[in-house]
Design a protein around this ligand. Structure first.
Ligand code: ADP
Ligand code: MG
Length: 628
């Protein structure tokens, strides 16, 4: 009789996973305990997923429907074994292969990068990178995963010692869910001791919403912290809950716990972490807030309950008003969800404004780490412009270095006649202040905001106005500083060296002709003080910075950047410009070179691209003439 074939297959781990395992297995840790937390957290996830399936499917479609939802831990000191069992959703053979070995987790690379940074040699962060399962090899010499999916398909076993490959075979007779059997390394035998595991669970996993049974005894009290009365919750419980929900070891920067009854019943507990993994270069983080209905998880890492730009928040939102068996798809077009999202977002932004008011210094700590998300909010979500505008911070000509100010503070300092808020982009404070755009502002004592991040000009142009005042980039062509009541008489500014009106007009006409391939207009500047010339934008919407970024994007896509022509403003009080007027009459050819160079210099000061080869050659020709 032919034996039933229990086909066993061997698979290589995905390349980055191998590297990760190598580190996990071979380094020495002080934080080994986290592997217990990671495996319990996976078990809890699997149980939540099963609970969700059971709400959206007929009972007869569920395998082992009667089995209670729980996590069981068994210890065997003699054999040095630790076994964690859950009755959750389980994994099919294919899922075991993919989820525990061959899927390239983007988190592996990010986690490796994080570990490589000497100062942050912190393996305990592993769970945040979506590779928590592999922490089992911190303590296990062999890890065995037996699993059977909720649909009742055949069960399978996954086995590995973590050194390069794993094997899969059939495993008949399993109940629904997953059993992880860890043969502990010699030096890790304490993980087979009850006191040890109990203390880890108390520390990290007290908020798991399913019973955890350790050698027969239930050791956690299943509770939903967010549903409890605020007055009865102490700081330690909040902090532990944060660590549990965020799978993190740090303390939250801010916490917002609030509930509403009318018009919607919402219970929300939201945390702002201390660190922003996205700005550390680890790619987009998944949303960190889970959606519950009557304490049952209906959408983990919910994409719908908060806008995308609030993905850095961690926490839970619970609303009794939602139908329990709603599918993830249906959540997206659910009007009630949209309403809750709006209420939550408004409440959260109000909370930030209150925090900023109470302690600006502390708010700036938040801003430096997470401000980028609020900026993203301005550019992607029209509905919260007003609230977000209050929360933005930028350095300005009147702020201290590294101490950005809010637009409200700017408005407070505006002179009564000033109607607009000005800003200018540049790579650094120093570069901006050395450039031509701030000259007149300095002279007239008008504050100007410095936008130093690439996204900033997009943010301010989306915002368009603040407190009824238009936001205007100082590289805009039609900018006229004298209109705003900040007394200026153009004539009084003219120095004795300035060109006479007739000469100026002649020079401008000549420049228009000389530079007609490059600029769309040349005009006499009413705002330059010392610099000979500046580039301004005839298009009132696009700033030079925005144009530079869009051009870079096009260059990446392979098409050469084509820029709109700019205007050139010249300063007729500047010596170089005065002499150029003479030169244009005596030596046209050389005057042309000088004009071109002035144009290129102004482009560079605007942060825009010039042809470097052409410029350097011309520059040498001019230098030659100067030394001879
Ligand atoms: P994460 O939990 O962040 O997704 P892990 O490395 O901890 O990353 O787990 C990888 C994947 O393996 C999980 O997303 C899940 O699909 C699967 N998995 C791990 N443990 C279990 C379990 N106990 N039951 C079902 N699936 C599991
Ligand atoms: Mg996990």
């Amino acid at each position: 009789m032919a034996k039933k074939q229990t086909q066993s297959t061997t698979h290589e781990f995905q390349a980055e996973t191998k590297k990760l395992l190598d580190i996990v297995i071979n380094s020495l840790y002080t934080e080994r305990d986290v592997f217990v937390r990671e495996l319990i957290s996976n078990a809890a996830d699997a149980l939540e997923k099963f609970r969700h399936q059971s709400l959206t499917h007929d009972q007869d479609k569920l395998f082992d429907a009667h089995v209670p939802l729980e996590i069981t831990i068994e210890l065997d000191e003699k054999k040095n074994l630790l076994t964690i069992t859950d009755t959750g959703i389980g994994m099919s053979r294919e899922e075991l292969v993919a989820d525990l070995g061959t899927i390239a987790h983007s988190g592996s690379g990010a986690f490796l990068a994080e570990l490589a940074e000497a100062a942050r040699n912190d393996v305990s962060l592993i769970g945040q990178f979506g590779v928590g399962f592999y922490s089992a090899f911190m303590a296990g010499s062999t890890v065995r995963v037996q699993s059977r999916s909720w649909d009742g398909g055949e069960g399978s076993e996954w086995v590995s010692d973590g050194t390069g490959s794993f094997s899969i075979s059939e495993s008949p007779g399993l109940h629904r869910g997953t059993k992880i059997i860890i043969e502990l390394k010699k030096e890790c035998e304490e993980y087979a001791k009850k006191w040890k595991i109990e203390s880890i669970i108390k520390q990290y996993s007290s908020f798991v919403p399913f019973p955890i049974k350790l050698d027969g005894e239930t050791i956690n009290t299943v509770q939903a912290l967010w549903a409890r009365n605020k007055a009865e919750i102490d700081e330690k419980e909040y902090s532990e809950f944060y660590k549990f929900i965020a799978n993190s070891v740090d303390e939250p920067l801010f916490r917002l716990h609030f509930s509403t009854d009318a018009p919607l019943a919402i219970n929300a507990l939201l945390f702002i972490p201390t660190e922003n993994f996205e700005i550390m270069g680890f790619g987009r983080v998944p949303p960190g807030v889970n959606l519950y209905c009557q304490r049952i998880l209906i959408d983990q890492h919910s994409e719908t309950i908060l806008p995308e730009w609030l993905r850095f928040l961690k926490g839970v939102v619970d609303s009794e008003d939602l139908p329990l068996n709603i599918s993830r798809q249906a959540l997206q077009d659910n009007a009630l969800v949209a309403k809750i999202r709006r209420v939550l977002t408004k409440r959260f932004l109000k909370f930030l404004a209150e925090e900023a008011k109470a302690d600006e210094e502390n708010y700036l700590r938040f801003w430096k780490t997470f401000g980028i998300f609020l900026k993203e909010g301005v550019t992607s979500d029209f509905s919260y412009r007003k609230e977000l505008g209050e929360l933005l911070r930028f350095e300005s000509s009147k702020s201290k270095e590294q101490t950005p100010i809010g637009l409200a503070e700017y408005v407070l300092r505006m002179s009564p006649g000033q109607k607009e808020i000005y800003y200018i982009n540049g790579p650094s404070r120093k570069a901006i202040e050395a450039g031509p755009y701030t000259e007149m502002f300095r002279k007239k004592d008008i504050e100007i905001i410095y936008t130093m991040e690439p996204i900033d000009d997009f943010v301010l142009s989306h915002l368009a106005e603040f407190d009824g005042k238009k936001l205007v980039s100082a590289d805009r062509a039609d900018l006229s500083l004298d209109e705003q009541g900040n007394t200026t008489e153009a004539a009084a500014d003219e120095k004795s060296t300035a060109l006479a009106a007739q000469e100026a007009e002649e020079l401008i006409n000549w420049l228009k002709e000389a530079l007609k391939e490059k600029v769309s207009d040349v005009s006499q500047s009413r705002r330059l003080v010392d610099a000979p010339a500046m580039i301004v934008n005839p298009d009132g919407y696009m700033t030079s910075s925005m144009e530079r970024i869009m051009a870079a994007g096009r260059m990446e896509k392979g098409t050469m950047p084509e820029m709109g022509k700019k205007n050139l403003e010249i300063n007729v009080s500047n010596k170089l410009i005065c002499r150029l007027a003479d030169l244009a009459k005596s030596d046209r050819e050389f005057a042309l070179e000088v004009a071109m160079q002035i144009y290129d210099n102004a482009m560079i000061q605007a942060g825009l691209v010039v042809d470097p080869l052409e410029m350097v050659e011309r520059n040498y020709r001019i230098l030659n003439k100067a030394v001879s």
